[in-house]
Design a protein. Structure first.
Lengths: 322, 288, 268
């Protein structure tokens, strides 16, 4: 797509997000906030899957660790300090990604997929089996973090509307941040690793370090999403780091088209949109979701963001034939 | 720990490890030979367990249920390969992950539609329901010994199949060199279909055997799948014997983990994996 | 750690200091796969301004040798010295950093990237600050210039924006070399750069090799005898993993042993 058109579309989408609460009910505003948070989550995974070529099937671990960090930092009858909770959540997620990365990045291909899944499951059991985070029942975040500094409150996350705009701002910030990272020398190295890691090594790149940095960064950004998710819903359960969550976010990345940051967000919207729609129809909505996933893999290589291009191509071909 | 309890734990470890081997052997064969990562493999275990429940309810006997269920599972596997997996060989791992992830959702919901979401028990056949007394208060159920015996028999059978039969020769050749297999005039599609169906049947059998011990419940496939992944990773992708060693290792780690550090029992398995990964990133028995 | 230091210093002093232009030395390199020795006690030396060709029938161990020199394969025994320093234990990436560059027998490029981006990535590996995450990679003018110079030197001028994977085989082989040049390598290990090339492309490549060797040391693995005898200053012939003979082209041309080895193998 022409970069100028793409930019216009992105700005239009942003305007749409900004005015949305004036039209949608609070129910839909919360749903869109959820989609945006999962969009951040999907972008963080896309850095690995789409740009570095690392198919991680355990990305929910970092999302969940950040969510639990907020929950554990929130006192029972008081809000946590926002300026501590957010950095702590992101750092905890990034630190976990760094340590797990040291192990999983020693492997490649199918091994990598399985080992990322296994380590995420290990983290899942830490929260599921021990009393640390309320066990399998989960834990409440009774108060949303408070951003007051020296008596001044720049924003109030207790206000649903302000929380919504905070999520929008976070999405924009993560999008811009990743765009900058990807055009930097570091980002170019990641894309080179995806294309041909062996050649990168023979050109003098110690690829392990770059992959570890990408893995840690992606973990930290997943942590941003996990933080927001815990704040939005006020509740954290081990399901946040279950492997279904990892599978779902991978699906969002694929639906949107790998290696495309905006696509990851579109994928999150599409996935949650379908999920809500199917859940409206039937208790057994996962059956439909599974069907969509299977069909998407079989019939739709390139994801949703490749769809306009493919439709155009098809139309072109038909007009040529006709 | 008293010796009798220790003995019981050893027997339990063996039984659990051998059962896991049944699931993991099919998984590792499918990885090794066809290069496919199959997240839905755990579902075959779940399907086996529910087949055992449904057929036992119908026929009144687990043994009969297994005799009926095994061919069903094999046919189901062959059909699935023909319908879906045969289209995945040329796809990349990511697409395989997604498609098989979608399958899990479908299988779970179909299970929910057909049987519901309740937990069901399956009776141990009267013939094997006894226990062997080990001390005044402790005894060991015959059925668990039976599981171990069946699994050992199957492991030996698998060894015989791989080493002594034409099919095994083709499987071993296939995992080394696809072109050579085709050059030998072997029908590779048939070979793949057979191996896949065999893997499904083994996983389903594991589910059937485990049904009376663990009862049948929603989501039982997921945990088995991930443990099987760990086994395949530890054993080395494609190596059946690596899977056997790893499965026993995990059987012991998990069983003794539960006894010795109950708080962190779920972690023992993953700690073993982490250590093996540090020691040998490509598994104990790496396939060339 | 102290021991390792001593060892490096030890080898440095033991290296032939008088020959200042010897860049890379392979000292009794041996590589075994199982019981089979793919390379046995192979010795080579590469000098600046010289092209050293490695000849031998298929399976003679040429690729194994080049893989050991580049760091793609660890040797079972023996040492590799760069400017007198022991580099045997360094990874491929570390060796690239200190000036050993290689091209591959099977074209090994970034097929989806432009020619410029292929070379820019190569040149960027020399950037002292590759970790800056907020600078525009395309704004590193130094890196860009190096990439462009390498493209021109390898004879690909005007094709900067072509997608590498869509170019002809010969152009891709040139790109391989351009990428090595962009890393500022002083030692070039070239694995069959002429493989699959037409006669015109081959002639161009030979000219390129002549130009390149002027201020670098080159190891050339090649099957094309005409090309080898046209550019090589030294030729080493390997058979069954061992060095059969090594010397100037004239000596190799007239060697009875080499004749037998090649004729015996059906080659001429």
């Amino acid at each position: 797509m022409n970069p100028r058109i793409a930019l216009v579309l992105k700005l239009a989408a942003l305007v749409g997000l900004i005015v949305f609460p004036s039209f949608g009910s609070s129910f839909y505003t919360e749903m869109v906030a959820k989609m945006l948070i999962l969009g951040i989550f999907a972008m963080s995974l896309d850095l690995l899957v789409g740009f570095t070529g690392l198919v991680s099937l355990g990305h929910a671990a970092y999302f969940g660790i950040a969510a639990y960090t907020v929950a554990l930092l929130t006192p029972k009858y008081d809000p946590a300090n926002f300026w501590i909770a957010l950095p702590a959540a992101v750092l905890a997620a990034a630190a976990a990604a760094f340590v797990i990365g040291l192990f999983v990045l020693r492997t490649k291909g199918i091994y990598f997929i399985m080992v990322t899944l296994a380590f995420a499951q290990m983290v899942y059991f830490i929260f599921h089996d021990t009393a640390l985070g309320g066990g399998s029942d989960g834990i409440y975040v009774n108060f949303k973090p408070d951003a007051t500094i020296a008596g001044w409150q720049p924003f109030n996350l207790d206000e649903p509307l302000q929380l919504y705009y905070f999520v929008v701002a976070a999405l924009v910030a993560v999008f811009v941040f990743l765009t900058l990272v990807l055009r930097s020398p570091f980002g170019k190295v990641l894309v080179g690793i995806r294309s041909n890691e062996h050649r990168m090594q023979s050109l003098g790149y110690a690829t392990f370090r770059y992959k570890l940095a990408a893995f840690t960064l992606a973990g930290g950004l997943a942590g941003v999403a996990g933080f927001l998710y815990a704040v939005l819903f006020g509740f954290v359960t081990p399901e946040y780091l279950s492997w279904h969550q990892s599978g779902n976010v991978l699906m969002m990345v694929i639906l949107g088209g790998m290696g495309n940051l905006a696509g990851a967000v579109i994928g999150a919207f599409a996935f949650i949109g379908l999920q809500e729609m199917f859940a409206d129809w039937t208790k057994h909505w996962q059956l439909l979701m599974g069907g969509v996933i299977v069909a998407a893999v079989l019939f739709m290589p390139g994801g949703l963001s490749a769809l306009p291009g493919r439709v155009l191509k098809k139309l072109n071909q038909e007009s040529k034939h006709g | 720990m008293d010796f009798t309890i220790f003995l019981i734990q050893i027997l339990n470890s063996l039984q659990y490890g051998l059962l896991l081997f049944l699931v993991a052997s099919g998984l590792t064969l499918v990885f090794g030979i066809m290069g496919i990562i199959n997240l839905a493999h755990g579902s075959f275990y779940m399907i086996g367990a529910y087949l055992a429940f449904a057929l036992t309810s119908l026929t009144g006997n687990l043994m009969l249920a297994i005799v009926l269920g095994l061919p069903l599972a094999f046919i189901f596997g062959a059909l699935l390969e023909w319908l879906l997996f045969a289209h995945l060989y040329k796809r990349d791992h990511l697409e395989q992950v997604l498609l098989t992830y979608g399958l899990i959702l479908i299988f779970e919901e179909l299970r929910s539609l057909a049987i519901g979401d309740d937990v069901h028990g399956v009776n141990i056949p009267a013939l094997f329901s006894a226990s062997i007394p080990l001390s005044d208060t402790l005894s060991y159920p015959v059925y668990r010994l039976l599981i171990s015996a069946v699994c050992i028999a199957l492991a030996v059978g698998l060894w015989w199949l791989m080493q002594r039969t034409r099919l095994g020769m083709m499987i071993r050749a296939g995992s080394h060199d696809r072109d050579m297999v085709q050059a030998l005039g072997i029908d590779i599609n048939l070979l793949y279909r057979t191996v896949f169906a065999l893997g499904v049947a083994l996983a389903a059998l594991a589910g059937m055997l485990a049904a009376p011990i663990s009862s049948v419940y929603p989501g039982m496939g997921g945990s088995v799948l991930i443990i099987s992944f760990v086994i395949v990773v530890i054993g080395g992708i494609g190596s059946v014997w690596g899977a056997l060693i790893a499965a026993l290792l995990i059987g012991f780690a998990d069983t003794f983990g539960k006894v010795l550090v109950p708080e962190f029992a779920g972690l023992a398995v993953y700690l073993v994996m982490a250590i093996v990964l540090l020691w040998r990133p490509e598994g104990i028995l790496k396939k060339g | 750690m102290a021991e390792a230091d001593l060892q490096i210093r030890g080898t440095a002093s033991a290296a032939p200091a008088a020959q200042g232009d010897v860049l890379l030395v392979a000292d009794k390199l041996t590589r075994r796969f199982g019981g089979l020795a793919a390379n046995q006690d192979v010795c080579l030396s590469l000098e600046r301004g010289m092209l050293h060709a490695l000849l031998g029938p298929n399976g003679a161990g040429k690729s194994t040798c080049i893989n050991m020199l580049s760091g793609d394969l660890p040797p079972s025994e023996g040492r590799i010295l760069l400017r007198g320093q022991d580099v045997t234990r360094l990874s491929a990436a570390q060796r690239s950093k200190i000036g050993i560059g290689r091209s591959y027998q099977r074209t090994n490029i970034f097929p989806g990237f432009t020619v410029l981006e292929n070379c820019r990535l190569a040149a960027q590996s020399r950037n002292p600050r590759p970790w800056k995450i907020f600078t525009d990679a395309l704004g590193l003018t130094d890196t860009l210039e190096r990439a462009r110079a390498a493209i021109v030197e390898a004879g690909l001028a005007g094709r900067e924006q072509r997608i590498a994977g869509t170019m002809s085989h010969g152009e891709q082989r040139q790109l391989e070399i351009a990428m090595v040049l962009a890393t500022d390598a002083e030692v070039l290990l070239l694995d069959e750069p002429l493989a699959g090339m037409g006669s015109e492309e081959s002639a161009q490549m030979v000219e390129l090799l002549k130009r390149l060797k002027q201020n670098r040391a080159i190891l050339l693995v090649e099957h094309d005898m005409d090309a080898v005898f046209a550019v090589a200053d030294t030729i080493t012939v390997m058979v069954n993993g061992v060095v059969l003979e090594s010397g100037p082209p004239e000596q190799i041309r007239n060697s009875a042993d080499v004749q037998t080895a090649y004729l015996g193998d059906g080659h001429v």
